[in-house]
Structures are given as structure tokens and as C-alpha cells.
Ligand binder design. Structure first.
Ligand code: GLN
Length: 575
């Protein structure tokens, strides 16, 4: 569809466009802001299509190192996206798709392909116009796909970088050339330097000036800061940035990001946005959300959950961004069980060096999340052995399932040198191996978007803990085919040659693909909760619908009473 056809279609939809930029620092909270606004507008009866626009030239996030990018979030249709798409899904409680994620790589790839196909009819293809037009066309596509009243277009990075300038250009062109209904919200950070002790607005003034210099006057400023902005800060920002005080919204630190929508609602943000577009709310329904937050406020009991993975250090800092969906899924499940989960980040390398007993004593549950490559895998296997032998509730996610299979093969089934071929090509017992089609892709260096990705059906085995968990969540019925759909991102699989042998040794196959060819879930008997999935359940966990496998883990964890001394030890290990 050409840009003009799309523009006409989207015009018929009468879609409004809200661009969101960030200023002063990265990680300022644009994603949460965009998600919160999306939720608030939907709660008023409007349909929203959020779009994350990333400036990098990678076509998707799949090939970016985790330390550099943070988590790769996978959509149901199998696109490897930015973690903000995960935030949108969690707040909006909906599945999004490839049309909700745009990168400069996709934009340039499409333009060059069009040029090669003579789709520009001999025109001189320019960065200045054709790139913003392609961006606009992607926003239109998102609008059409969701029949959206609003597109929320989140511009990755901060203003003033020249990498994302063409997204801002798209905003400017839509507003001034095309006369569309476009609004801009700028999220800026107001620091309170400890040696000054006063909240400073100058950095935001400067970032707004940069934005204005790019041709965009913001309609709203979200003041992200430790505390709410006082009148003085608001009036300074108002007169220096050409907005009314009324259009400056505070985004103070809160105990959970899920309170942000309520905080914005309290300040009337969604209604102010609607009013600027000349619209009225159709309804105002935040009941479920409010109930969740009320419940959360009443929680007193705590459990300690150890997440044993890798990729933690970046320079002198530790990162938990890599596992953001895992973190959120644990939170959702803990709230559903009426407890608060304290997360403890444990590097599997430390488990290798200091031993599982020293590193893992005292936790109420252990999670081994996804990962790639050989570093730290022995520590994961030791962790899983510890969880199995000490009957600590365990959930394995993708690599955490593959490692659990290896641990079982080695220590229960007696296949001493069992491994995955990802780690040891010459293992005599490749209990996890690569499928021929995947191997071919690797040999041809076809890395981008070629893993087993996105939603796949899985049939659950009756009589398992997995079945109980999904039944409880109402996702399957007591009779008939117990079919679920979960998201994947991996190249290696459970090796069927070992299926009988491992089952005979006591391993339970709790789920397979409908054709029974691929093992998707394993679990153990005689254990309070030991479940591991080849898919990533964390991608489908939402605050209002926690994922059954995490809910099952946390339920088992709340029943697990760790001896006091061990809890203290765990406290000491807190990072
Ligand atoms: N490295 C493993 C594979 O490629 C697991 C991937 C993951 O944990 N996402 O199969």
C-alpha cells in the first residue's frame, strides 16, 4: 500500500497521533508513560495502537547483545522487539504485533527495497523526506491494524541525538504539512543533586529547547523526578517552555510502575489529552486496575526468590533489565498469591565459584531464566541440582528447561557427560540438540529472525502440575484437548532420542507440540514444584492476568518455610 493510500485510510479512521519523546537522560520512563497513557485512553473507551520507534539500524533487537539492549521481548507473531513493547502489553493487557515496533533498520530496508523495485518512479530518493514518510506510513499501518483512535508513537533515545531526528521530523511533517491531529508529550528528568538539595528544572528547559529547535513545541511536559514537582518548578517550566502549568504533569518515584496510570489520572492527564483533541471520554473504567493496586497495598508477607542467570554486569553496574519480563512476571504472580517477592540476583558464575550451598540457601523459590552460550551453564546446572535435591520450588525458562534436562540426565539418569550441543559439540549424550533446519541457518550465517520464534501451540499432559496451574487460571478445560499457546525464542530442542530413557528415570513430559514432536514442558514428581518450559511464559504475564506457571511457582514458594537462619543468609546476599 502506498503512503498516500494508507494516509487516506487512516484519515477515514480519524486517528490522532501522540508522539512521546524523552529528555535529559535515557531510561527516563517514556515507555511506562506511553503505556500508562495508552491504558488511560483505553479505559475511556478509545482504541490505542502504541508504537515503539527505535533509532538503531538493526532490523530488530534479535541480534543485539543483551548487555547492550536489555531484554528482547517477543511478540505473538514472532518479532524480536524492544522491552517497551512488553510494557505496552502488560499495561494494556493485550497482544501486540510486528506493526507496533519500528526501527530505522526496517525503515531503511524498506526504502532501499522500494528503490530497487522502481517504486519511486525514477524519483531522487532522499533521507529528508522519504525516511519520515516511510515512518509515517508505518504509524498509519499500526493505526489501520488496530482500528485505532490513537497512535502513541514513542521515540527511542532522547532529544538532541541526531539518530532519532527523523522520527521527530515525521511528527513535524504530519502536523504542519499534513495538518493531522498530532500532539507531542515530552518526558524530561528533573534531578535533585544531593549537594544542592533542590529539584532542578534547567535540564528539562534545555531538552525542550532542543525539541523546539527541531520544530516541535510540546503540548505536555511530564516531569520525571524523585518527588512531585512543586508550583515553583511548574511555573518555571511553564514560562520557559511555552506550556501552561496545567500541562505539566508530575511523575514522581512510586513503589511500583503500575501506580503510574493512577498518578496521571489523578492529575487529569487523559482527560486533558482528550480535551485538546476536542474529545470526550466514552466511559471511565479503571476498576480492575484499582482493585489490583488496593490489594497490593495490603500485602505484608514476603518471599525470597533467587533468579540465577548471567549477563548481569555492565562496567561497574549490575543489570536486571535483561530479564524485565521475568521480574514483572514474578511480581504479578506474587501479588496473585498475596505476597511480595524479594528478588535476588545471583550470577551463575558465582554459583560455580562459591558452590550452590553457599549461594542458594534460604530462598523460597529459584528461577533459571533464558540464556545463550556456555558461560555460566555449569553454575545453572548446580543451581538446578540444588533446587531438585532440596525441594526448593523451581521454574526453568527456556535455557532453564534445557539445563534442567541436562541436570536430570547427568545426576538422575546417570548420563554423566550429558550436555547441550550449544555448549559441547562432542558430548556423548546430546540431550539438547539443534534441529537440522536450524543448523543449516547457522552454517549460512542467517542469524536474523531465524530462531524458533513467537506463539506455538502446546498440548499439556493431564495429571501434571502444569495442568493444575493452567486449569486454575482458566486457560484450559478439564476435558478435551488441553491446548495452550506460548511464545518461543530459541534454536535448540529436547532430543527425542532420550525421551524414553529420561521418562523411565522419572522425568515427566508435561507438554509437547500438538504433533508430539517437540518437548515443550518438563516437570518432576515428588517435588513441591519443579516445572520448566521450552517457551518463555514471562512474555504473556500481565498484572491483571498473571501467568499460571509463575503463579504455581509463587504458590509453592509461599508454602515453603525456609529456616530463619537461612532467610538471614539470603538477606545478606541481597544485591
Ligand atoms: N540458548 C538456548 C537456545 O538457543 C536457549 C535460548 C533461550 O533461553 N532463550 O535454544
Amino acid at each position: 500500500m502506498s503512503y498516500h493510500v494508507k494516509a487516506r485510510k487512516a484519515k477515514k479512521l480519524n486517528t490522532k497521533f501522540i508522539f512521546i519523546s524523552g529528555g535529559v537522560i535515557s531510561s527516563v520512563g517514556k515507555g511506562v508513560t506511553a503505556s500508562a497513557i495508552a491504558l488511560l485512553l483505553e479505559s475511556r473507551g478509545y482504541k490505542v495502537a502504541p508504537v515503539k520507534m527505535d533509532a538503531y539500524l538493526n532490523v530488530d533487537a534479535g541480534t543485539i547483545r543483551p548487555q547492550e539492549h536489555g531484554e528482547v521481548f517477543v511478540t505473538k507473531d514472532g518479532v524480536e522487539t524492544d522491552q517497551d513493547v512488553g510494557n505496552y502489553e502488560r499495561f494494556m493487557n493485550t497482544d501486540l504485533s510486528s506493526s507496533n515496533y519500528v526501527t530505522n533498520g526496517q525503515i531503511y530496508q524498506r526504502i532501499i527495497q522500494k528503490e530497487r523495485n522502481f517504486e519511486y518512479d525514477g524519483e531522487d530518493v532522499e533521507v529528508a523526506l522519504h525516511v519520515p514518510e516511510e515512518i509515517i506510513s508505518r504509524l498509519e499501518k499500526a493505526a489501520i491494524e488496530r482500528k485505532a483512535d490513537f497512535v502513541i508513537a514513542e521515540i527511542g533515545g532522547t532529544v538532541g541525538e541526531y539518530q532519532n531526528i527523523l522520527f521527530i521530523e515525521a511528527n513535524r511533517i504530519m502536523k504542519y504539512r499534513d495538518n493531522r491531529d498530532v500532539m507531542h508529550i515530552h518526558v524530561g528528568y528533573l534531578p535533585t543533586p544531593p549537594h544542592v538539595g533542590e529539584m532542578k528544572s534547567k535540564p528539562v528547559q534545555t531538552s525542550v529547547r532542543l525539541l523546539v529547535g527541531s520544530g516541535i513545541q510540546p503540548d505536555f511536559i511530564i516531569g520525571r523526578a524523585e518527588k512531585p514537582l512543586d508550583d515553583r518548578r511548574k511555573s518555571t517550566l511553564a514560562w520557559t517552555c511555552n506550556v501552561s502549568s496545567d500541562s505539566i504533569i508530575s511523575a514522581p518515584n512510586l513503589d511500583t510502575i503500575y501506580r503510574v496510570p493512577m498518578e496521571f489520572d489523578r492529575q487529569g492527564l487523559a482527560d486533558k489529552i482528550l480535551k485538546k483533541f476536542g474529545l470526550q471520554p466514552h466511559k471511565h473504567d479503571m476498576k480492575d486496575w484499582k482493585n489490583l493496586l488496593d490489594k497490593l497495598g495490603r500485602i505484608r508477607k514476603e518471599v525470597n526468590v533467587a533468579v540465577v542467570g548471567k549477563y548481569y554486569e555492565t562496567g561497574a553496574y549490575k543489570l536486571s533489565d535483561v530479564y524485565i519480563s521475568v521480574v514483572e512476571a514474578i511480581k504479578h504472580a506474587s501479588w496473585a498469591n498475596g505476597v511480595k517477592a524479594n528478588l535476588h540476583w545471583i550470577s551463575s558464575i558465582d554459583v560455580e565459584n562459591k558452590g550452590a550451598n553457599a549461594m542458594l540457601a534460604g530462598y523460597n523459590a529459584i528461577v533459571v531464566p533464558g540464556g545463550f552460550g556456555s558461560r555460566g551453564t555449569e553454575g545453572m546446572i548446580q543451581t538446578i541440582q540444588y533446587a531438585r535435591e532440596n525441594k526448593v520450588p523451581y521454574l526453568g525458562l527456556c535455557y532453564g528447561m534445557q539445563m534442567a534436562t541436562i541436570e536430570f540426565a547427568r545426576n538422575v539418569a546417570g548420563l554423566k557427560l550429558a550436555n547441550t550441543t550449544e555448549v559441547d559439540d562432542d558430548t556423548p549424550h546430546p540431550v539438547i540438540h539443534i534441529m537440522p533446519d536450524q543448523e543449516k541457518k547457522l552454517l549460512n550465517r542467517e542469524y536474523g529472525a531465524t530462531m524458533r520464534l513467537g506463539g506455538w501451540d502446546c498440548v499439556i499432559t493431564r495429571g501434571t502440575k502444569t495442568e493444575q496451574a493452567y486449569l486454575k487460571a482458566g486457560l484450559i478445560k478439564k476435558t478435551g484437548l488441553a491446548k495452550i499457546n506460548e511464545r518461543h525464542r530459541h534454536r535448540y530442542e529436547f532430543n527425542n532420542q532420550y525421551r524414553d530413557q529420561l521418562q523411565k528415570a522419572g522425568l515427566v513430559i508435561a507438554g509437547t507440540t500438538p504433533d508430539s514432536k517437540l518437548v515443550e514442558i518438563i516437570e518432576l514428581k515428588d517435588h513441591p514444584y519443579f516445572v520448566a518450559s521450552q517457551f518463555h511464559p514471562e512474555f504473556q504475564s500481565r498484572p491483571l492476568s498473571p501467568h499460571p506457571l509463575f503463579a504455581g511457582l509463587l504458590e509453592a514458594a509461599t508454602k515453603q518455610h525456609a529456616p530463619q537462619s537461612r532467610v538471614k543468609l539470603a538477606e545478606a546476599q541481597k544485591t
